[in-house]
Design a binder for this molecule. Sequence first.
Ligand code: 13P
Length: 250
Amino acid sequence: MRKTIIAGNWKMNKTATEAEALLRGLLDGDSRTDKAQLLVCPPYTALETAGKLLKGSHIALGAQDISEHEEGAYTGDISAQMILTLGATYVILGHSERRQYHAETDQLVNAKVKTALNAGLTPIICVGETLEQRENNETESVVAAQVKGTLADLASDQLKNVVIAYEPVWAIGTGKTATPEQAQQMHQFIREKVAEKDTEAADLLPILYGGSMKPKNAADLLGQKDIDGGLIGGASLDADNFIGILKAAR
Ligand code: 13P
């Protein structure tokens, strides 16, 4: 049985005070289930508040990025150790917005994945094609290269500790969701690519779907064989919507 993960990527939203209100809404709401791991990834500035509130709860904490370096003269960067000490156990890496606005490459993401794993964090590695790439029939080649590049040189025990999120760029924040069939096809494809490296790790690998997942479309997406959860942006900023998606998973 693979783990189901319902993860909220808050992106650059919520001050620490606003984060507290949202988290209280989740903790006080109907968010308890053994069918899925609930995870929130607030901005760095709300991690400490979130870590204190979520300590000992059923909701896990993650960050949205880390540096590939352990420490040192890297102005503005945040290390794996810094987020770990605030209670984070997951980190999103290689999100398309980091790739687009901060020119992150598969090679850099791969270095961050190794840093995260060495620190004991679970990386959620994002892959996905742009609309142009899909229209040019490059979806599979682009995603295959991202999977290969970001997982390069990982040992088999490390591969068993990663999560992948398939996030078609054209579906992020656009209200356009991949159809359950489109998403399932790509999730199966990603699992096959990982199986070429290690079949056991591929079987265990949680592959989350991301891109305009909402309470109303979540059940169809999460019902697909190779869709093991969601990485949710907009709909994770509201407790009722996020819990609505969680309910679709159970
Ligand atoms: P939306 O759910 O807002 O489309 O964002 C998806 C996403 O990018 C999650 O990482």
